[in-house]
Ligand binder design. Structure first.
Ligand code: NAD
Ligand code: ZN
Ligand code: ZN
Length: 391
């Protein structure tokens, strides 16, 4: 089969690789009908995530048709249409039982190494590194889905792929980021980053009842889409003064009630992961010339407010003003998304027409065009916001 494979920093290829097979009774094999490229894939492309190996199959946003089912799997049958959440969950460990799906304790086959290297582990993830289980991803014609009797979301035939696909990651990610803000009817919510995740944060903040949303980025087309959703926008390249000052100006001097960092590592470091680690060791990590999203979010939040961080950080944080967070009495919430908590509710909202998640899609292409589209998405060429690939 064809699959998009990682071959090193900036080097993604469409390779011919062996088809996956059932390895455990709970597995299914999915024939992928649509998959997407995510900002989290860019961290791999940019070399921020360690322990990738040449030839690893990428992709954690995918859906398709079940074509083979392991004997112990009582949930799915051949022919089912499924969206597969990006975190792999066992459904039985203490964290899964608590509903903390993205920190499942059993599905990361490399948990010992992750703990040795970083002091923590996440659940197994599709299309990610050998510290998160090294599970082959879904930017491929076929994918093996382990523990497939837990998370996959069965999609009714009336909902097209493009409306359902984002239920596996960026829609619930935006939703959880907003839910973590405990939005009240008078709230002004500021969102850093108008990439696909930021766009779903903005929509979700409005759906959860925010009075106003302020969107921050420097890519005009992305700000325009945020504006279309009803957000007020700040282009950080075009303002005089700092982002917190600008936010104070438009919030009657108070600051934003709730702040969401939907940027993550992108605003954090320009160097490779190794260089970042060296700098962490030397305790001299410098920011970049762009305003650091999380730092500005903390500074722009009103006292007693909430800062919610869906943006991914690789275990290191530079110059975070923790004293400001402490003295303002902020609540900070973060995490990989617990997709299963939200998937059925969000599927219902799509079915009822409350939202059509395909609004973020700007590019459609085949798997073979994937390597080029990775560059288009990373470099925000051709007004690109979200890429969907059909194998
Ligand atoms: P993206 O790279 O397309 O979007 C990031 C956006 O942030 C871009 O539009 C960029 O111009 C903007 N930006 C960069 N620096 C900024 C700054 N300092 N201030 C304001 N805006 C800035 O990525 P995406 O797909 O939207 O993903 C966003 C983040 O969410 C990534 O870190 C990704 O890894 C993460 N993510 C997290 C989860 C989760 O489970 N928590 C799931 C999916 C994605
Ligand atoms: Zn993703
Ligand atoms: Zn578990």
């Amino acid at each position: 089969m064809k699959a998009l494979c990682w071959h090193g920093k900036g080097d993604i290829r469409c390779d011919s690789v062996p088809d996956p097979k059932i390895e455990d009774g709970r597995d299914v094999i999915v024939k992928v009908t649509a998959c997407a490229i995510c900002g989290s894939d860019l961290h791999l492309m940019d070399g921020y995530i360690p322990f990738m190996e040449k030839g690893d199959i990428l992709g954690h946003e995918f859906m398709g048709e079940v074509v083979d089912v392991g004997r112990a799997n009582k949930k799915l049958k051949v022919g089912d249409r499924v969206v597969v959440p990006f975190t792999i969950c066992c459904g039985e460990c203490p964290q899964c039982l608590r509903g903390n799906w993205s920190v499942c304790e059993r599905t990361n086959r490399n948990a010992d190494n992750a703990i040795k290297a970083f002091g923590y582990q996440t659940a197994g993830l599709f299309g990610y590194s050998h510290l998160t289980g090294a599970f082959a991803g879904g930017q491929a014609e076929y994918v093996r889905v382990p523990y497939a009797d837990v998370s996959p979301i069965v999609i009714p035939n009336g909902i097209p792929d493009e409306q359902a696909l984002f239920l596996g990651d960026i829609f619930p990610t935006g939703w959880m980021a907003a839910a973590n803000c405990e939005i009240e009817p008078t709230d002004i919510v500021a969102v850093w980053g108008c990439g696909p995740v930021g766009q779903f944060c903005i929509k979700s903040a409005f759906m959860q009842g925010a009075a106003r949303v302020i969107a921050i980025d420097n890519v005009q087309e992305r700000l325009a889409l945020a504006q279309l959703a009803g957000a007020e926008i700040i282009n950080f390249d075009e303002i005089d003064g700092t982002i917190p000052d600008r936010i104070k100006d438009i919030t009657h001097g108070h600051g934003a009630d709730k702040c969401i960092d939907a940027v993550g590592a992108e605003s954090h470091a320009t160097a490779s992961f190794d260089a970042v680690i060296d700098k962490v060791k030397a305790a001299t990590l410098l920011g970049t010339d762009r305003p650091h999203a999380l730092r500005t979010a903390i500074m722009a939040c009103r006292p007693g407010g909430i800062v919610s961080v869906p943006g991914v950080y690789g275990g290191f944080l530079d110059k975070i003003p923790f004293g400001a967070a402490m003295n303002k009495g902020l609540t900070i919430r973060t995490g990989q998304t617990h997709v299963n908590r939200y998937s059925l509710d969000l599927l219902r909202r799509i079915e009822e027409g409350e939202i059509d998640p395909s609004f973020v899609i700007t590019h459609r292409a085949t798997l073979e065009d994937g390597p080029e589209l990775y560059e288009t998405f990373r470099d925000k060429k051709d007004n690109c916001i979200k890429v969907v690939l059909t194998p």
